[in-house]
Design a protein around this ligand. Structure first.
Ligand code: IVH
Length: 662
């Protein structure tokens, strides 16, 4: 019996060390958090029963994976511990009972979102950001200072007059869901493996030795704990978070002070329903004793604090069947397999398709047509298949084979590394349709109503063959389309007319140049000021932008080297397109004002509001700081509003904003 226990303990230790390495160092976990927790629990129980086999190197006593060699090492100000997890109300009640018993008093809590990203430590000396590190083995982490410096909401200098001599804080590196979806699209289009989820993408981005890659990934850091502070420690966690914000660090929204555990449980349930409202993934809430004195009294265990607990949300995974696997042709010709699923509700959203990215992914998953699979969804992350339930196979499942011809134009497909591409470019109708849809999309020239469906209708009806044709559409032709009444037609024509005044960065993004997303488009517009300058830019000039590497530079040069693309731009201009470098509109109602939008606006979309602000000479900023001039608040505004109030910044309701710009 004892021999069995020893054997199992050794097996579990080996397994867990391997999974730690996969999770923390390589950002490629092979098992779910729940499976990992179960293995860890089993080991803890066995070690408790057989303390003679509990060695100091056991994963129950160490956190994370060994430090990677390629970054230099940093000793953390305090061990970077992890949190104990609970899954239900009973767990929360138990946590409360232990706290109150230990304190011999009632305990108040602060509840925060549990950010599903990568834990880091930031150190500031005399206000200056001097060092940042990942968790590593919990004691010694990896020095990722250079990478953290590329993240826009990590201040290089702290704000305010009374900055502490030294402060070390802990936070989470997060990739927002929209940036994650865009990154995965780019990954697949450039033949690289997509990331399984935003957390893995954030981990992979932090581990880049070339910080230009990190910069392109658009990460955010949200801080939640002061690890060290010279001077007086704030008396509560709420005050600690307030101090972090005053210093200019970002803190996650929706933090709530709860008088007792019942309020904390209520917060958990409400938040679980509202988790999609955030731009990033959270996998639960963290309940923390609010008072610093309580935290001190409760103290630490070997691996985690006694004063805090992670109360997890239910994973949003459901089982369904793959009815078919089809392929889609992307705007750069990449062929993407897509699983068509028996519709299933995953966390309140009906899912009927899941991207399979490429042949490699299909092989890795081992998915066949007819398979039962687990479908996972995180926020607005495109749903994906996380597991194939092989034990449910009947033998009638069919292996998927990539087509040899493009389903859009019949051209023979070509294989490049892991992806398959249609080489026909703009003579492939499927690619043109995608390119036109992208050009008209919100982030690009933003033609309201020019959806994928409309593009297909106009393209298949022979009314548009390229993006330049959009500006030559005739009212009569549109009215002749089935179901197109005057109102719909005039709305579309008005939207097309409005889109003729476009900023350089939006236009560039709309051209769908390989490797040029919104961020790179903005940098290009800022540096080169006109399309003419970009078209004639030499490689060295492009590489002078620190975020642009040879791969992006080549894509830009290649794109403008194609005569067809230059002709298209000329036609667009001839059809009335007016591409403007972003400039401060002298005399605009919002001239040179930095404006932050927060909460959901009722009558305007974000991009409409942005356009109005820009057309009045203002600039939209994403976070509130002392430099912000105005904050426009919609419904359910959160921490940005709080911060604006604290900084005394002018706040306008949606109505007031509209009156101002009318
Ligand atoms: S406090 C002593 N607060 O979740 C540990 N952690 O396994 C103090 N996390 O490793 C952590 N959101 O990386 C804290 N609001 C939050 C958090 C948070 C996410 C992470 C942290 C930790 C992991 C728990």
């Amino acid at each position: 019996m004892d021999k069995d226990a020893k054997k199992r303990i050794n097996e579990l230790k080996k397994e867990l060390i391997r999974h730690n390495e996969l999770y923390y160092s390589r950002a490629k976990p092979e098992i779910s958090d729940a499976k990992y927790d179960a293995l860890m629990r089993e080991l803890k129980v066995l070690e408790a029963e057989h303390p003679e086999y509990a060695t100091s190197d056991s994963p129950t006593r160490t956190v994370g994976a060994p430090v990677q060699e390629k970054f230099s090492k940093v000793r953390h100000a305090a061990p970077m511990l992890s949190l104990e997890s609970i899954n239900d109300e009973a767990g929360a009640e138990r946590f409360n009972r232990t706290c109150e018993k230990e304190l011999d008093a009632e305990c108040d809590y602060i509840c925060e979102p549990k950010l599903d990203g990568i834990s880091i430590e930031l150190v500031y000396e005399n206000g200056e950001f001097i060092s940042g590190s990942t968790r590593g083995d919990g004691i010694v982490g990896e020095d990722v200072t250079r990478n953290l410096k590329t993240i826009h909401n990590v201040p290089k200098r702290l704000m305010g007059e009374k900055v502490p001599e030294r402060i070390a804080v802990r936070g989470e590196v997060m990739m927002h869901i929209k940036d994650f979806n865009a990154l995965n699209k780019r990954q697949v289009e450039s033949g690289k493996d997509p990331f399984a989820n935003p957390r893995n993408a954030a981990a992979g981005s932090m581990r880049q030795l070339d910080r230009r890659v990190t910069a392109e990934r658009k990460l955010h850091v949200y801080c939640y704990r002061i690890l060290f502070l010279s001077g007086e420690t704030p008396p509560t966690q709420i005050e600690a978070l307030n101090l972090l914000e005053r210093l200019g660090l970002s803190v996650a929204p929706k933090v709530k002070h709860c008088r007792d555990i019942a309020e904390a449980i209520k917060y958990h349930h409400t938040f679980e329903d509202e988790r999609d409202e955030l731009d990033y993934e959270i996998d639960g809430i963290v309940i923390k004793a609010n008072k610093t004195t309580d935290q001190k009294k409760l103290g630490m265990r070997t691996n985690n604090p006694r004063w805090a607990v992670a109360y997890k949300f239910e994973a949003r995974k459901e089982v369904t069947r793959v009815e078919d696997i089809v392929v889609q042709v992307g705007r750069t010709g990449v062929i993407t397999p897509l699983a068509l699923l028996v519709p299933v509700e995953v966390g309140g959203v009906t899912v009927s398709r899941a991207t399979l990215h490429n042949m490699d992914q299909i092989k890795k998953l081992g998915v066949k047509v007819g398979d039962y699979v687990k479908v996972q969804r995180a926020g607005d992350v495109i749903p994906y298949i996380s597991e194939v339930l092989e034990h449910k196979r009947t033998g009638s499942e069919k292996t998927f084979h990539m087509p040899v011809k493009c389903p859009g134009c019949g051209t023979s497909l070509e294989k490049e590394d892991v992806f398959v591409r249609c080489p026909a470019g703009l003579s492939c109708p499927a690619q043109i349709k995608e390119a036109i849809t992208h050009y008209a999309s919100k982030g690009a020239v933003d033609i309201d109503g020019f959806s994928e469906k409309t593009v297909a209708l106009l393209f298949d009806g022979g009314m548009i063959k390229s993006i330049a044709d959009i500006y030559a559409l005739e009212r009569e032709d549109l009215l002749a389309l089935p179901g197109w009444k005057e109102k719909k037609t005039d709305n579309l024509l008005a939207a097309i007319e409005r889109s003729k005044d476009v900023t350089l960065e939006r236009f560039l993004f709309g051209l769908a140049i390989k490797n040029v997303g919104k961020y790179i488009a903005t940098l290009l517009a800022k540096k080169f000021k006109s399309l003419k300058n970009i078209i004639s830019a030499e490689e060295e000039e492009l590489l002078a932008i620190k975020e642009i590497g040879p791969e992006i530079a080549d894509s830009i040069i290649d794109f403008f080297g194609v005569q067809q693309n230059i002709d298209q731009i000329e036609r667009l201009k001839a059809n009335g397109l007016n591409i403007q470098a972003k400039k401060t509109i002298v005399g605009g109602k919002l001239a040179a004002k930095k404006i932050v939008l927060t909460g959901s606006l009722r009558s305007l979309s974000r991009s409409q509001a942005k356009k109005i602000i820009e057309s009045e000479g203002g600039e939209v900023a994403s976070s509130v700081s002392a430099k912000t001039d105005l904050v426009v608040v919609g419904e359910k505004a959160g921490s940005k509003l709080e911060k604006a109030k604290k900084l005394g910044i002018e706040i306008l309701t949606e109505e007031e904003f509209k009156n101002l710009v009318e």
